[in-house]
Design a binder for this molecule. Structure first.
Ligand code: PAF
Length: 290
């Protein structure tokens, strides 16, 4: 496994693989790798000839300086984990390497970056689009792998690929959870014991909410989720929204469209996100009938 920190060295190494007709799979990360990331790497190595993982804590996507300062960084441990995966190249650039000058590009994703994370973390998705487009430009992957815990990020990356007319297939991979249901996240290691013990309540509540979609409106379910989580007196919801799976527009009733419940929850000073798909009623009826 090669660990490379400059764009020029990465490009020349990748060109050699590309000339040999090898397919390139790319997993962009901010490090502090966990099984969620490793599942993306496993997916990539299973379908691509060469897997590249980037580790870069991207300053332009943090709207909170403390969050950026406290974000866990452990490159050596990450590389040791990646050694065992079949990953061929780890790209670990510096901030100067990725931003030799300020990136002033402003992306526009319509509704996709206005709601939920976009509303509560101004500038976040613009920063994500800046770095992912720069990384795509150097790696030129055939496929790129993203986890569905960051559901809205996946929607935005797909839209960015469309807008920039890039020939990259975006592969969305399922959320990986701890045994108690908490979605795996690099931020989980920052939770203190009091918050860690109650954090699985987030997933439990979303899973239970699914059984209410036959009898309640989306709005009623959102209020119920808020109440369940906030009444722990330890967790505090920032938002709970049920939106259309494609457009991310809030939905008013459950019908034939696929939807998703998305939440952001404060566990002390740590902000956690999670989501739960709601499949169209039509499928439920079909599956009941067999
Ligand atoms: O999901 C992440 O870890 C980051 O947003 C990403 C895609 C690596 C861009 O910095």
């Amino acid at each position: 496994m090669d660990v490379i920190s400059t764009k020029s060295m990465l490009s020349s190494l990748l060109q050699r693989y590309q000339k040999q007709g090898k397919t390139i799979g790319f997993v962009p990360t901010m490090g502090a790798l966990h099984e969620g990331h490793l599942s993306l790497v496993a997916k990539s190595t299973s379908i691509c000839d060469v897997t590249v993982v980037s580790i870069f804590v991207n300053p332009t996507q943090f709207n909170d300086k403390n969050d950026l300062a406290n974000y866990p960084r452990c490159i050596e441990k990450d590389c040791a984990l990646l050694e065992k995966t079949g990953c061929k190249i780890v790209f670990t650039p510096s901030v100067e390497e990725m931003y030799p000058e300020e990136d002033t590009r402003q992306f526009s994703f319509g509704n996709l970056d206005k709601v939920m994370e976009g509303e509560h973390r101004p500038g976040h998705f613009n920063g994500v689009a800046q770095i992912v487009s720069k990384l795509f430009d150097v790696v030129k992957p055939n496929m790129a792998f993203f986890g569905l815990k960051d559901f809205q990020q996946v929607a935005i990356i797909k839209e960015m690929v469309k807008q920039l007319d890039l020939n990259i297939e975006i592969i969305a991979c399922p959320i990986i959870r701890e045994n108690d249901g908490l979605a795996k996240s690099s931020r989980n290691q920052l939770l203190d014991p009091k918050h860690r013990v109650i954090a699985p309540k987030i997933h439990q509540t979303l899973a239970t909410a699914i059984s209410k979609t036959n009898s309640c409106t989306p709005n009623e379910i959102c209020r119920w989720i808020e109440n369940e989580i906030d009444s722990t007196n330890v967790l505090q919801t920032e938002y709970v929204q049920i939106v259309d799976y494609e457009t991310l527009e809030p939905i008013k009733s459950f019908g034939a469209q696929k939807a998703i419940i998305c939440v952001a929850v404060w566990a002390g000073k740590i902000r956690l996100i999670d989501n739960q798909e709601i499949n169209p009623k039509i499928n439920k009826i079909k599956s009941k009938r067999g």
